[in-house]
Design a protein around this ligand. Structure first.
Ligand SMILES: Cc1ncc(COP(=O)(O)O)c(C=O)c1O
Length: 399
């Protein structure tokens, strides 16, 4: 029985029970499957039967995980990958030909940008970028060989919001594929297919796992596009392991309740930061001061788990702030139960030229907080003591 509620779909979507009638799905740790006889084997390899052959192609645990994501995103079909980046790479690898062209938002995950700038050009696939406040410029970037419009919203790490309906309309008008990385929002907060996305990609490593345990990725969309991605992946081999699929499928059961609490905590953290004298600017989609507050309200259910803020005192103040953190984690991940604090300008984005960093909102004092599920008072108290330990007068660009 299917439901219109994604909370129910995330819990009740399940592979067929085995002869043991288990309540929770078992883990199928097997690399291959057996055949009844030679004819069964022939027909299975000829794709005349839908069944598991080899875990690089499919396995029951990844099928369950993918089916849940499809129901939550409103997609027909999907494929699960070993990481978010393998989902991104395989999606483009399967759908693009040499000499094709991508139009992408400038504000995308760093490794995706490196893929576009350094790896896809090996096949003469080029990318033109638009800034998040220049959607009007997109049509002027379209070339005869353009195939895709690509974006993330909210963006990483500056938490800007892009108008998905507008992007979807431009893609449709010009017959381009519209692909969205929905990892920051999750399908619980935002379903890009409703705004015209053809494919939705996730790093399942983030809020889908939600507990910082496994890597994973998934792409969902129309059966026709996923069939191409499936055929590419069954040969190139980026499949998600049955173990990780099992973990991720179980995690999806609690995604809505976890994300609700992440968003509650994040809003409290954002409101606290906005009131602090050592903070210059706070970016959280559901704060009224966010430049795209109305748009965020229109396309997202809640504001998400990521808060960005700009500390007074620039890059040195950012480093000192990280050193003063006691309870929260300094780590590269996000979407974990544990709150994670990063300073992009001195760490994850340090190698990106300053001009490009500034174009994507990564100022010298920008701090990104992936707000976790600890008690909000404890998160806020740690941030408060770290902010109060700053000796801002030491920094020449203090303002
Ligand atoms: C928006 C976004 N997309 C893709 C990825 C890549 O995912 P993974 O680390 O699972 O390969 C990340 C990782 O941080 C991300 O934040």
């Amino acid at each position: 029985m299917s439901s219109k509620h994604i909370e129910t779909e995330a819990i009740r979507t399940q592979i067929e029970r085995s002869q043991y009638l288990e309540h929770s799905s078992p883990m199928y740790l097997t690399s291959s499957y057996v055949f009844e006889d030679a004819e069964d084997m022939r027909a299975s390899f000829a794709d005349e039967k839908e069944r598991n052959i080899y875990s690089r192609y499919s396995n029951p645990n990844s099928s369950e995980f993918v089916e849940k994501v499809c129901k939550m995103e409103g997609a027909e079909r999907g494929y699960a990958f070993a990481s978010g980046m393998s989902a991104v790479f395989s999606t483009f690898g399967a759908l693009l030909d040499s000499d094709d062209h991508i139009i992408s938002s400038r504000s995308i995950f760093g490794s995706t940008q490196t893929l576009f700038n350094n790896i896809l050009p090996k096949w003469n696939i080029s990318t033109s970028y638009f800034k998040i406040d220049e959607l009007d410029a997109i049509e002027s970037l379209i070339q005869p060989n353009t195939k895709v419009i690509y974006a993330e919203s909210p963006t990483n790490p500056a938490v800007d919001i892009l108008d998905l309906q507008r992007l979807g309309d431009i893609a449709k008008k010009h017959n381009l594929l519209f692909i969205i990385d929905n990892c920051f929002a999750t399908p619980y907060l935002q379903q890009p297919i409703k705004f015209g996305a053809d494919l939705v990609i996730h790093s399942a490593t983030k809020l889908m796992d939600g507990q910082g345990r496994v890597l994973g990725g998934v792409t969902v969309g129309s059966s026709e596009l996923i069939q191409k991605i499936y055929l590419f992946s069954r040969i190139s081999g980026p499949a998600l392991s049955p173990f990780n699929s099992w973990v991720l499928s179980k995690s999806l059961e609690t995604l809505p309740v976890r994300v609700d609490r992440h968003c509650d905590n994040a809003l409290k953290v954002a409101m606290f930061l906005e009131s602090h004298e050592n903070v210059k600017l706070v970016k959280y989609p559901f704060l009224k001061s966010h430049p795209q507050y109305e748009l965020a309200k229109k396309q997202m259910k809640l504001g998400g788990s990521i808060v960005a803020f700009e500390i007074k005192g620039g890059i040195e103040a950012g480093r000192q702030f990280l050193n003063a953190i006691k309870l929260l984690s300094l780590s590269a991940n996000l979407g974990d139960t544990r709150t994670i604090v990063t300073h992009p300008a001195s760490t994850t984005h340090a190698k990106i030229p300053e001009a490009i960093r500034l174009e994507t909102g990564i100022t010298a004092g920008l701090i990104r907080i992936s707000v976790g599920l600890e008690h909000p008072e404890d998160i806020i108290n740690d941030l408060k003591q770290a902010l109060e330990n700053l000796n801002l007068k030491l920094y020449k660009n203090f303002n």
